[in-house]
Design a protein around this ligand. Structure first.
Ligand SMILES: Cc1cc2nc3c(=O)[nH]c(=O)nc-3n(C[C@H](O)[C@H](O)[C@H](O)COP(=O)(O)OP(=O)(O)OC[C@H]3O[C@@H](n4cnc5c(N)ncnc54)[C@H](O)[C@@H]3O)c2cc1C
Length: 389
């Protein structure tokens, strides 16, 4: 298991190196991609080959063998630099499903080329149009026929698939009315995207509010080799569930990065912009909201760190990971709103970049899990109140 053994100085070194790398891809680079719906292929490749996107892969498979604490520092700095982490973060956490549940043969086959930047595991296919958050009701099926599973169904919002070689897919292998618990009978698969497309898999991009490269997927008798089953048949929900804490902590760290980005921008502008013969930041009506956002982002950052340390120590961190994700996504959104307000009309000019980041950070109150679902987790599992669904 990866572990965070880095000292604060070493984590600071990671932060500085990521910052330097990101500085080569300035905000105009991201704005242009946003305008053209482009994908930051060079950036993702460089972040991978520099070892930052593969920090969680153990050394024996070619990665740095570090923990989520270090991974969180990487993602935070990416976002603080004005970049859009949505293009690359999944490489960090989807890999964890293969690491924790893959056979030794699968790990040897996939992890070293992922660590070397030769193979991209950027995509995971869980959400479906008709069942949404109710994951265990998903309708995509995978039926075993000889040495293949035949997949039929539909997915929605599957991000980065056009820029990924592999996808981890969740499908039902035993009908829901034939299992005792609804979490049983689901299975996870490693799908070779390039081999599948046009041979049972159709990919249709979704035009969306942010440059996230999300797609609808249609499965029509797609054959997935049986040795691509990830973990045990019928136990796929656990494969996905196990990856969720790391995913939530990393997404939360991105929100902290976004929040700090907005506060950096708002502070600089408030100190510089002069109206009525004085900097607007001299007015408490402008200064206090920024100060409040700073306090909120700092508090969220502490929860991210707590969750990451628990995760890396192998302890239960579901409550902390969920709370970190909720607090950080709300703090970054609030900071984005205050940053917009601080910039007045110029907030709407694309060249200021704020409106792009404002749109991007909004996602995290909805995906990969919405705030209501986190509140229901806390209510039911932490506070032991009645189950609501
Ligand atoms: C840009 C983008 C990228 C994404 N990338 C991926 C991806 O790569 N892979 C993937 O599998 N999925 C992906 N998703 C899907 C994402 O995880 C889902 O959108 C999210 O989990 C919410 O599901 P839903 O959209 O079906 O909302 P719904 O489940 O329809 O929920 C709608 C609203 O109702 C609320 N709600 C629902 N049920 C309850 C309840 N019982 N109590 C209280 N409130 C409730 C929710 O909180 C939410 O606010 C992505 C989504 C977006 C927008």
């Amino acid at each position: 298991m990866p572990n965070s053994t880095s000292s604060p100085e070493q984590i600071n070194e990671i932060r500085q190196s990521v910052k330097q790398l990101c500085a080569q891809y300035g905000e105009d680079y991201w704005l242009e991609l946003d305008r053209t719906n482009g994908f930051p292929t060079e950036f993702v490749q460089e972040l991978t080959t520099s070892g930052f996107l593969t920090v969680l892969i153990p050394e024996e498979y070619g990665g740095a063998g570090l923990g989520v604490l270090e991974g969180a520092a990487v993602m935070e700095e990416v976002c603080r630099a004005g970049a859009h982490a949505g293009a690359c973060h999944a490489q960090m956490y989807v890999m964890g499903s293969v690491l924790r549940h893959g056979s030794e043969a699968q790990k040897k086959r996939y992890l070293p080329p992922i660590a070397a930047g030769e193979l991209r595991l950027q995509s995971f296919g869980v959400t479906e149009p008709t069942t949404g958050t109710d994951t265990t009701s998903l309708k995509t099926t995978a039926q075993k026929r000889g040495d293949v599973y035949v997949v039929n169904g539909q997915k929605v919002w599957i991000s980065r698939i056009q820029h990924s070689d592999l996808m981890v897919l969740l499908a039902r292998t035993t009908p829901r009315d034939q299992v005792q618990r609804k979490t049983e009978g689901l299975s996870a698969f490693i799908v070779d995207v390039k081999a599948a497309e046009g041979n049972g898999l159709t990919i249709q991009p979704i035009e969306s509010m942010i440059n996230h490269h999300s797609c609808e997927l249609f499965f029509d008798n797609l054959e997935v080799p049986a040795d691509q089953l990830l973990g045990e048949e019928g136990k796929g929900f656990k494969v996905i569930l196990d990856g969720m804490n790391a995913e939530r902590i990393l997404i939360a760290s991105e929100c902290v990065g976004d929040g700090r980005y907005f506060i950096d921008k708002a502070t600089a502008y408030a100190s510089d912009r002069t109206v009525f013969d004085r900097p607007i930041g001299q007015n408490q009506g402008v200064q206090f909201p920024i100060a409040r956002c700073y306090a909120e982002v700092e508090a969220a950052s502490l929860m991210v760190e707590k969750a990451a340390r628990l995760f890396d120590a192998g302890e239960d961190c579901a409550a902390e990971a969920n709370m970190a994700k909720m607090l950080a996504s709300e703090a970054s959104w609030h900071a984005g709103d205050v940053c917009m307000q601080t910039h007045g009309g110029f907030a709407f000019a694309k060249e200021y970049h704020i409106e792009r980041k404002f749109r991007e950070t909004r996602l995290y109150q909805i995906a990969p899990i919405s705030t209501n679902l986190i509140l229901s987790y806390i209510g039911e599992h932490v506070l032991k109140m009645p189950r609501s669904f």
